[in-house]
Design a protein around this ligand. Sequence first.
Ligand code: IPM
Ligand code: MG
Length: 352
Amino acid sequence: MREHAIAAIPADGIGPEVISAGLEVLNTLSRKMGAFRLNVQTFPWGSDYYKKHGFMMPPNGLDLLRPFAAIYFGAVGAPDVPDHITLWGLRLAICQGFDQYVNLRPTRILRGLASPLRACKPGDLDWAIVRENSEGEYAGHGGRAHRGLPEEVATETSIFTRSGVTRIMRFAFQLAQKRPRKLLTVVTKSNAQRHGMVLWDEIAAEVAKEFPDVAWDKMLVDAMTTRMVGKPASIDTVVATNLHADILTDLAAALAGSLGIAPTANLDPLRRFPSMFEPIHGAAFDITGKGIANPIGAFWTAALMLEHLGETDASVRLMEAIETVTASGIHTPDLGGRATTREVTSAVCDAF
Ligand code: IPM
Ligand code: MG
């Protein structure tokens, strides 16, 4: 029996609801397959923990997580704690501390779901968006001076390093090469941002030479939004900076049907540290505790985690079960249905 140690961090908002649903589905799958077992340890970190202890996770949090094969993460954010504290105290602290430099966000229209785009058929939208996850606009470089005075100043400097850009480009080209269409779009803004983004473009062109079989194009981020809406079938694999891809992946999720279904893998491709898997949707206070959060994002995320753990069969079976349920019309309210988190979870467990 293969065993994998998983650290679960359900954290805030609907995080605990969808992570417990995800663990139930994973445990059912592992029981039915009998090929692997997940040893899950749950960490009570997040905004409530912050209100008691003054930090989102203990100072030795990364040391506690290091031995695990993967981290299964819910969401962070609370109405009464500033967002930059919750984010930098937990999620970004883990992403950056473990150098999870790839944020991979696959998007497609699952069976039984529809895009809000009238002309978009399911096969027209099948994207893998690669988000640079260690630097760029989220580098945390900057500061404030002269607080409260009329001359107060704040800077937020984007950082683009040759090594950082090269490794994300290589990952994106390799991923594009593995996908049937071998097509990569490099998103940029080098018309306006003439330093970092020009380096980004130059390195894209350099790395492209290592992948002569991958067709690639370059697209300004603003034009990319209109292409995603107007010509979704012209897109396959995409690579973009931390902030650009943050925005594009929300758009992508909405175009595929709902923010509630979209998954994320924060990867250290070199496997020096655990990678972290989380649904894209966030804390969603408006529906917290109502039992109607869509657990599909957490399930699809779990499928990415299984793939990372080498449990490819299990990952495929989980995606199959998810799509059996989406196709059967058992949908939570974000997808226009009336099903609860519980009902969707039971239906996926029954579909194995
Ligand atoms: C995401 C989220 C986060 C981000 C938020 C919660 C800060 O929007 O994972 O896309 O911007 O990275
Ligand atoms: Mg986002």
